[in-house]
Design a protein around this ligand. Structure first.
Ligand code: NAD
Length: 360
């Protein structure tokens, strides 16, 4: 059969790593008819928006997308297109497995952690009030009246909604993932000692869900600050980590650091019958167009996509090819060499070629 899949090349390093991943998937022999869809700053002039309706329509129709990273202006400008895609399509579960590959330079070996990040709520909800605006002033006045707390008049405000519904479905996702993949434990993580009505609610709702899995999957809770230290000191104690949106974003970069960097850390955004696969890393603009960065994070995201499609054998072959090329350490990008200036490092497309050659 032929799958029709949306391919969003992205910007910055996106087009290079997306093309590498597309070639590797095609080389597995799985038949895919790629439908190219645009998004990002470069298409604003053409469509009047960084996220054209046609792109969302393509994902809705095809149900599966592979997406390169997209740049978000920092501090000002348009809101994240990446976050908008997740929210528009209700891709509520962000799955980020981080696992050690032999041959990668890292202080740690045998890391095998799965971050499950809630993808639609929390401080990422985009409910923000700009400093100095009339609505911000009236919100501050209302909060002072209702909450009997002082807020400095020159404050900007971001709202953090965390619901029982949103929490229960992400925790259920984490437990179901644990059951399906033979994992032992789910750790819920928040800062419930300080934010009692949001992070406290996250733990309370998580505990309810955990009861349904008692005797099958172990459940525990950690505070996010302690969790960061624990992961650096004894990552082997942890298994599946379930977090609200912001903590999940930060902690998955930490986990990527444990396995050797963002260049090899894949991800998936999953909803009810819809899925968008993308690396954890961003558009790394300073490397754009140089054929320099590591394509593996994007290729391993495509491996997750093949698994999702039910193409387990192709997924295993592609992952084995990636692992083989990394273990040999010859045809790898600069970030996988012990000296980052090693002249024998190859480019993005040459590493993809080596992975394709290693496919059996
Ligand atoms: P980044 O992930 O783009 O890059 C940070 C650093 O990580 C790079 O400078 C590079 O040293 C390293 N790195 C990233 N990808 C790599 C790869 N494939 N191979 C080797 N090294 C790699 O993070 P940033 O600089 O904070 O963000 C740049 C832009 O990307 C921002 O506009 C941000 O909003 C956006 N972003 C997008 C996504 C997404 O599309 N889902 C995710 C994160 C950041």
């Amino acid at each position: 059969m032929t799958y029709k899949i949306t391919l969003i090349p992205g910007d910055g390093i996106g087009p290079e790593v997306s093309e590498a991943a597309r070639r590797c998937v095609d080389a597995t022999g799985v038949k895919i008819d790629w439908e190219i869809a645009e998004a990002g700053a470069d298409v604003i002039n053409k469509y009047g928006t960084p996220l054209p309706d046609s792109t969302l329509a393509s994902i809705r129709k095809n149900k599966v997308a592979l997406k390169g990273p997209l740049t978000t202006p920092i501090g000002t400008g348009f809101r994240s297109v990446n976050v908008a895609i997740r929210k528009e399509l209700d891709l509520y579960a962000c799955l980020r497995p981080t696992k050690s590959y032999l041959g990668v330079r890292s202080k740690y070996q045998d890391i095998d952690l799965v971050v499950v990040r809630e993808n639609t709520e929390d401080l990422y909800a985009g409910i923000e009030f700009e400093e100095g605006k009339p609505e911000t002033k009236s919100l501050i006045a209302e909060i002072e009246k209702l909450g009997k707390k002082k807020i400095r008049p020159d404050s900007g405000i971001s709202i953090k909604p965390i619901s029982i519904t949103g929490t229960k479905r992400i925790v259920k996702f984490a437990f179901d993932y644990a059951v399906k993949h033979g994992r032992k434990k789910v750790t819920a993580i928040s800062k419930a000692n300080i934010m009692k009505f949001t992070d406290g609610l996250f733990f309370a709702a998580a505990r309810e869900v955990a009861k349904e899995y008692a005797g099958k999957i172990e459940y525990e809770e950690r505070l996010i600050d302690n969790m960061c230290m624990q992961l650096v000191q004894k990552p082997e104690l942890y298994d599946v980590l379930c977090l609200p949106n912001l903590y999940g974003d930060i902690l998955s970069d930490l986990c990527a650091g444990l396995i050797g960097g963002l260049g090899i850390a894949p991800g998936a955004n999953l909803g009810e019958g819809l899925a968008v696969f993308e690396a954890i890393h961003g558009s790394a603009p300073k490397y754009a167009g140089q054929n320099k960065v590591n394509p593996v994070a994007m290729i391993l995201s495509a491996v997750l996509m093949l698994e999702y499609l039910g193409e387990k054998a192709a997924a295993n072959r592609l992952e084995a090819a990636v692992a083989g090329v990394i273990a040999k350490g010859e045809k790898v990008t600069y970030d996988l060499k012990s000296d980052r200036n090693d002249p024998s490092a190859v480019g993005t497309s040459q590493m993809a070629d080596a992975i394709i050659s290693a496919l059996q």
